[in-house]
Design a protein around this ligand. Structure first.
Ligand code: NGQ
Ligand code: ZN
Length: 458
């Protein structure tokens, strides 16, 4: 058993002082006591502010290595999502199984240092650069799992099905051939991924991800959804207006309308982005129990548009946060960007606050709930029986000086950054201490070596 003592902690039923949290061998919270004097708790770690730590619900780990390489204009009138995607496809060709693993371990370490305890990896690079499968078709899925073994992050691995280049069924071209599988090949990838996840740790999970309506024919979507009927199912949807138009042209329905007409969307679904919604589509998601997987920094980077968070939450919708393109890993900044996008659009302040909860508190509570649901992870609250996914903020941080309660979250999210994070536990594994990942030096060294190889190949 391990113990953490915190000056203050946000428990499932609100803030409490002098809190002792015990974790058992299985990485779960076994006891929570309040009003415990520090001296009585001196075995174990002492921290300032203790919170449940959220899951990052959407990551493409390899894209971390591309940060900084896509901020130039191409020859066209506008640089867009679609021109960014071409750069990403070209970049992708240089990866080997080793560099996929080393970059993934590095970005998972950054996630942990930012305050996430878990990561949902939407993994779609399956093949060699020429499009042929590896001898083990799940080779690259296993590399993501190995990376999680190094970083200690709580992993939910989603093998991705990707079959077509667009709604007209055009074949995959260029860099897309690394994603390709047919349904039989995909079933083997899923089996391999599940085998690797089972060996990793009891808290690790797997799920399934049809990439998007662009990459998955309608008949295949039904087959993929039926492959693992109880596991988390994630899909990109309605991120760009170009995609909405393409779906409308082919199906006569908008993407989210079409999805709800054809599938029983419920709490196991996580819809990534869903940026462009009518009020009816927004209500359909909000009342379904599905999670809206928002990626505010990437959606800003790619010029996607602004999700209607204010109305969606008012309608009871569930949302969580993902770092997606991993251009920058910063939990507090994701939450700030989401709120600020609403303010810039509405020209109001404190848009996502409620009369009872500040902006920071509301954003954090929603992110915990949506992240746990989307990851299929028994986390999301500091309560007995839950996985010990925990983050501590440095009680001595100047940003937090003299504050208490929800204002601590507001100061971290709106004024502070990741440097406020002192400790992180993922299912009880103490992976960040004093603001640094416990294996930072080794992970950094492998990342630098991987990057040298990738840069040389470009
Ligand atoms: C992805 N990323 O799968 O990495 C996608 C780009 C696509 C975002 N959608 C590829 N942000 O959607 O076709
Ligand atoms: Zn994505």
């Amino acid at each position: 058993m391990t113990r953490i003592w915190a000056e203050t902690a946000l428990l499932a039923d609100g803030w409490a002082g002098k809190v002792a949290v015990d974790m058992d061998e299985s990485g779960r919270i076994s006891a929570v006591s309040t009003g415990v004097e520090r001296a009585a708790a001196d075995a174990g770690r002492h921290v300032g502010v203790l919170l449940a730590a959220p899951a990052n619900l959407h990551s493409h780990a390899f894209q971390r290595a591309m940060a900084g390489l896509s901020e130039r204009r191409g020859p066209g009138a506008h640089d867009t999502f679609w021109t960014w995607r071409e750069i990403m496809y070209r970049f992708l060709a240089a990866f080997t199984p080793e560099t996929i693993e080393d970059v993934a371990a590095f970005v998972q370490m950054e996630m942990l240092e930012a305050g996430y305890a878990a990561s949902v990896e939407f993994h779609y690079v399956h093949n060699q650069a020429d499009g042929t499968p590896y001898a083990d078709p799940a080779e690259l899925s296993r590399r993501i799992v190995s990376a999680a073994g190094v970083s200690g992050i709580g992993l939910t691995l989603l093998p991705v099905y990707y079959a077509t280049g667009g709604l007209d069924g055009r074949p995959l071209a260029g860099g897309q051939v690394r994603f390709r599988s047919d349904l039989d090949g995909f079933a083997r990838i899923v089996e391999g991924a599940e085998d690797a996840v089972r060996r990793l740790s009891p808290d690790a999970r797997s799920g399934i991800a049809p990439h998007s309506l662009r990459a998955v024919p309608a008949a295949d979507l039904a087959r993929v959804a039926a492959m693992r009927p109880d596991a988390p199912l994630h899909m990109h949807i309605a991120e760009q207006t170009g995609e909405v138009e393409e779906v409308l042209a082919v199906h006569g329905r908008r993407p989210v309308e079409w999805l709800f007409d054809n599938h029983a969307v419920d709490a196991r679904w996580c819809l990534i982005h869903c940026t462009h919604l009518t009020a009816g589509e927004r209500r359909a998601i909000a009342t379904s129990g599905a999670v809206a997987g928002l990626c505010p920094i990437t959606e800003s980077s790619l010029g996607d548009g602004i999700f209607d968070g204010a109305n969606y939450l008012a309608e009871g919708g569930v949302l969580g946060i993902g770092s997606d393109s991993n251009i920058r890993i910063a939990l507090s900044e994701e939450l700030r960007t989401l709120e600020y996008s609403q303010r810039l659009r509405d020209r109001h302040r404190a848009v996502l606050a409620t009369p009872e909860r500040s902006c920071g508190r509301r954003l954090y509570d929603e992110t915990l709930k949506g992240g746990a649901r989307a990851a299929g992870r028994d986390s999301g609250a500091l309560a007995v029986g839950r996985l010990a996914d925990l983050v501590a903020l440095d009680g001595g941080a100047l940003h937090l000086e003299g504050l208490s309660g929800d204002a601590l979250l507001d100061a971290w999210i709106f004024a502070g950054d990741d440097r406020v994070v002192s400790d992180v536990w993922a299912a009880g594994r103490h992976v960040v201490a004093d603001g640094r990942h416990v294996r930072r030096a080794a992970i950094e060294a492998r990342y630098r070596k991987a990057m040298a190889g990738l840069r040389a190949a470009l």
